[in-house]
Ligand binder design. Structure first.
Ligand code: FE2
Length: 225
């Protein structure tokens, strides 16, 4: 059975989340506790990640789980229970981040690094279950058009600040084809700021590929995109 041709509601956002998680963990591991600016930047990224993880599981709870339950009763139970555990873990990580900010000590920093690593490890397993078992349940009972409509409702519920945060991680996490599809699918008035964001994050080779796929000159003005 081929699974590659079906619409995958989880894969793109999970790619962004995996990069956001690993980049934040890496940042925490190399944090210079004696450098206030470096410490604040690392903690701010951790707090942004925890906000994103919270938003993300809420979107799944609000839009995807009801769809699964409507046609496959009980199929989202395990993942819903894990979401409740994730909320507890997010609250614990926020408290640990606040403790490190108040008292920047090496032992506190390492404990936070370890706890974030464990949270990420659990989330990687969790996202894999969503991308396999939850997708199977969705694909068995929904058409791609219906799944795209669910995604549309999720996108409509996301405010501009949350959206720019997701784009900031989706662009570098995606492969060239996915980046081009993302930008081509945006309404024309939303393209210029996303292209500017892409330019700031991609190296020259990746930027040239994106421009080639979008049929625009790499040196063209981003304002007139
Ligand atoms: Fe989830």
């Amino acid at each position: 059975m081929s699974t590659t041709t079906r619409f995958d509601i989880y894969a793109p956002i999970h790619k962004a989340l995996r990069l956001f998680m690993t980049d934040t963990l890496h940042g925490l591991g190399r944090l210079d506790l004696d450098d206030t600016q470096d410490r604040e930047a690392g903690l701010a990224q951790l707090e942004a990640l925890l906000d994103a993880a919270n938003f993300h599981l809420q979107h799944e709870n609000d839009h995807i789980h009801p769809a699964i339950e409507a046609r496959h009763s009980g199929a989202s139970g395990r993942i819903a229970a894990e979401h409740r555990e994730h909320l507890d873990a997010i609250a614990m990580l926020r408290a640990q981040a606040a403790a490190l900010r108040a008292q920047p000590e090496a032992a506190t920093a390492h404990r936070l690094y370890r706890q974030l690593a464990a949270f990420i490890a659990e989330n990687f397993e969790h996202m894999d279950v969503e991308e396999t078992r939850h997708n199977q349940a969705l694909w068995a009972t929904y058409s791609d058009a219906e799944l795209q409509a669910i995604e549309g409702r999720i996108l409509a519920s996301i405010g501009p600040q949350e959206m720019s945060q997701w784009l900031r991680w989706m662009l570098p996490a995606f492969n060239p084809k996915q980046r081009a599809q993302l930008i081509a699918g945006l309404p024309p008035e939303a393209r210029a700021p996303v292209l500017a964001l892409a330019r700031s994050q991609l190296d020259d080779a990746a930027w040239a590929k994106l421009c080639g796929a979008l049929d625009r000159a790499p040196e063209a003005s981003l304002v007139a995109a």
